[in-house]
Design a binder for this molecule. Structure first.
Ligand code: PEP
Length: 252
């Protein structure tokens, strides 16, 4: 069984006043190596203080995107070496809000993931289908295309995590059924094993989409669900830690 990863995505939320949430989450993180890994991906403006708030605790801090280039004329962007230097361990790559809102293609996602890995960050690469694609029975075809495109050039399966996030479930309160999640996660696992051989079994596959303390007990035990990528519920320390507690109970 892979060590579970409970990852929060704060998106464009969080001011200094919210650092107290990070301190509360940090205080609730278990130092045991058997416990799930706990991660908060915060806005770039909070990264430095978030890293400080998590220092000494079993809480890691991550970014939410990065440039494919290490430096240069990319006004407003942030590079993977910048994230690594400030103390981030992970970075979310190809979140649907970046794919749709910023026109990020699979090729761009792959280049960003390679940059993250080169900077010794772990890339959390997001894939997921729209409601229309699911309705027309194209979910697996879409996921396969996104995986093939977004993993180009990544050689070490230990350097990335996949997050399956059906677009229609992100921030909507609609959750994929256990059968839908199980089918896609098994498909992703088979893809990874086909691509990387047995080490593909060690790649963690997260589910994301309206995960909360109430539905976590049904979702986190599903085969090949190695944790969650959590938006809204990661903004409340109590809710986020409740999901972490559910994951922790599964690993003992
Ligand atoms: C996300 O931001 O990746 C996400 C899954 O958000 P939410 O949990 O709010 O649906």
């Amino acid at each position: 069984m892979n060590r579970k990863l409970i990852a929060g995505n704060w998106k464009m939320n969080g001011l200094r006043a919210d650092l107290s949430i990070i301190r509360e989450v940090a205080a609730g993180a278990s130092p045991s190596l058997q416990a799930p890994e706990l991660l908060l991906c915060v806005p770039a403006t909070l990264l430095g203080e978030a890293v400080q708030a998590a220092t000494g605790a079993a809480l890691k801090i991550g970014g939410q995107t990065c440039q494919a280039a290490d430096k240069g004329a990319f006004t407003g962007d942030i590079s993977a070496p910048m994230l690594a230097e400030i103390g981030a361990h992970y970075v979310i790559i190809g979140h649907s809000e970046r794919r749709t809102g910023h026109g990020e293609t699979d090729e761009m996602v792959a280049a960003q993931a390679r940059a993250a890995v080169n900077a010794a960050l772990t890339a959390i690469i997001c894939v997921g289908e729209t409601l229309e694609q699911r309705a027309s029975a194209r979910t697996l075809e879409v996921i396969e295309g996104q995986l093939a495109g977004s993993l180009q050039g990544l050689k070490s399966p230990a350097s990335f995590v996949i997050a399956y996030e059906p677009l229609w479930a992100i921030g909507t309160g609609k959750v994929a059924t256990p059968a839908q999640i199980g089918e896609v996660h098994a498909f992703i696992r088979a893809f990874l094993v086909d691509r990387f051989g047995p080490p593909g079994r060690g790649v963690r596959i997260l589910y994301g989409g309206s995960l909360n303390p109430a539905n976590a007990p049904e979702i986190l035990p599903i085969q090949d669900v190695d944790g969650g990528l959590i938006g809204g519920a990661s903004l409340k320390a109590g809710d986020f830690l409740a999901i972490y507690a559910t994951a922790s109970a599964l690993t003992v």
